[in-house]
Design a binder for this molecule. Sequence first.
Ligand SMILES: *Cc1c(COP(=O)(O)O)cnc(C)c1O
Length: 398
Amino acid sequence: MTAPAGVPDWSTPAGQGGPSALLLIPGPTPLAPEVLAALARPPQSHTAPATAMAVRAVQLGVQAAVGAGPDTVVHVLPGSGTLALESALVNLVEPGDRVVCCVHGYFGDRFQMVAERLGARVTRLEAPWGEAVDADRVAAALRAGPVRAVTVTHVDTSTAVAARLEEVAQVLRGRDTLFVVDAVASAGGMPVEMARLGIDVVATSSQKALAMPAGLALVAVGPRAQARRSARERVPTLYLDWAEWAGVMAEPSRYFATHAVNLVVAGAAACRRAEAEGWEPRFARHRRVAAAARAGLAALGLPPAAAAGAELASTLSAVRVDPAVSAADLRAAVQAQGVVIAGGLGPWSSDTVRVGHMGEVGLPELLAGLAAIERGLARVSPRPVDGAGVAAALRQAG
Ligand SMILES: *Cc1c(COP(=O)(O)O)cnc(C)c1O
């Protein structure tokens, strides 16, 4: 039987973007064999002890990954990162509340859209693409009147720029305003330090640096955010209501709505791997691989697209493509080598590409990726490239 036109032939090997291609996009990311094996297990009951233990393992893994305090409740829901953002704000924000949204790229816009759908009066603090919002501007916005919540995208995946959470935390210290962070592109690959920075909610998802399959929305809810939900009579949606889930998240064998059974079992396997590596060593590995990626890409004439001095993410790189080269052609030529990289978003869609280096991606995978980018570039670029990227990455890695 042949696949209908337009549907990829999944039996093809790497080279056509098939299932064995090396996935270097900013999520979904490659999965370890034991995580894949968990997906193929026969389903078990959503209330079975083994399922409850898997949910608990994912909760504890996320809690450790984001540096959450002991009183944090981690909600594990079937869904994607966007649902995690929605879960955060639907429980905290009611119509008319003022919310300050720090926007430094595509996903900052999304957080603002979530707030607006809930009827928040949004103050948008926007940084040019490639920079992050200065904490002084947050301080100024807080002086203008009471603010229910400040949202910050930790790593905006569109620019690979990281917000300086510590500086925003200093501005918010000692205030009632809730600090809500989108850590979808950072949790598991970079420290978030939820408790130390006084972050009230960290929203993330499974398919990026946590190296779990796509499909879990993960929301770490600190004590002040829990208290805010308790102080409200009801929230507008049933499924996302933390009060409905509270019993389940305390004892995951209870029922409110069905756990994504195989995804949580796979997620638990991914957490076991991360814990065997150690979260701090894992963050250090991401920093090393990111430095090697930047060295290798820069040597190929693909420098960071961010402004000089911006804090760069350890989990992915967004790089500027030479005007003589079409970014779309480059991606296609790289894909023909068996490696999938991502295109740019929004205003950067025509002249940047993005390379994910998070989760299971270590130096060997990065070097394979750089080799493919090099060979792809050699096909579409007028400039010679001859091994410069791999060599520079190796030199940086030491
Ligand atoms: C990927 C991403 C999202 C959206 O996640 P989905 O799983 O695609 O819904 C939100 N924020 C950031 C920073 C992301 O990288």
